[in-house]
Design a protein around this ligand. Structure first.
Ligand SMILES: [Zn+2]
Ligand SMILES: [Zn+2]
Length: 120
């Protein structure tokens, strides 16, 4: 009974670990602006992969999305800065975060994100 309990703990631990890892896996989608006549459209890589940690953010100064490679997944939720101008990046952890980013072209909060592919 004792050994069974131990292996259960191990299974649960592995399960939590896998779930946490899954949350860190990135995705790939398309950002479009819904303002009529704007026409802004870009493809966007969000986050990294299990073995290639990365974070995606938006640089308000350059009005562009920036993807940073990270040394470790532990750095994912830390503040990040644009490598070009040291501007604090607005992090994009999920596609839904796109709605808080002003459109680089027209400046309206009308960006829409559509998931194309979930990475492993
Ligand atoms: Zn920048
Ligand atoms: Zn726009």
């Amino acid at each position: 009974m004792k050994a069974w309990g131990k292996s259960m703990v191990l299974v649960i631990f592995c399960g939590i670990f896998l779930l946490a890892e899954g949350a860190l896996a990135g995705e790939f989608g398309e950002v479009t602006c819904t303002t009529p006549d704007c026409g802004y459209k870009t493809s966007l890589d969000i986050g990294g992969r299990r073995k290639l940690p990365a974070v995606t953010g938006y640089c308000a100064k350059e009005k562009k999305f920036v993807r940073l490679k990270l040394k470790s997944h532990d750095d994912y939720r830390k503040p990040h800065y644009c490598p070009n101008d040291k501007e604090p990046l607005k992090p994009i952890y999920r596609g839904a975060d796109i709605s808080k980013i002003p459109c680089p072209k027209c400046g309206n909060l009308t960006l829409k994100y559509q998931l194309m592919l979930r990475k492993d």
